[in-house]
Design a protein around this ligand. Sequence first.
Ligand code: SF4
Length: 76
Amino acid sequence: MHLSIDRDRCIGAGMCALTAPEVFDQDAEDGLVVLRTAAPPPGLHAGARLAAGLCPAAALTVTEQDGAGSSPPGEQ
Ligand code: SF4
């Protein structure tokens, strides 16, 4: 998993930092999102996905990078 943030879109709602505080933080001065880690460990993936889905500004992008060992498309 790779995460990226778009601070130009962020409105400082803070949902991400509340939902996944290990992954996202808010800038103490402007309140905008701060990415604590772009490559969170597997245990934090669910929270990161949830936070990205909850962001009202769609400022969080999750890129799934399973790499080797992932199932090819169409296989379950
Ligand atoms: S939830 Fe979205 S808008 Fe709110 S602080 Fe996080 S990135 Fe910014």
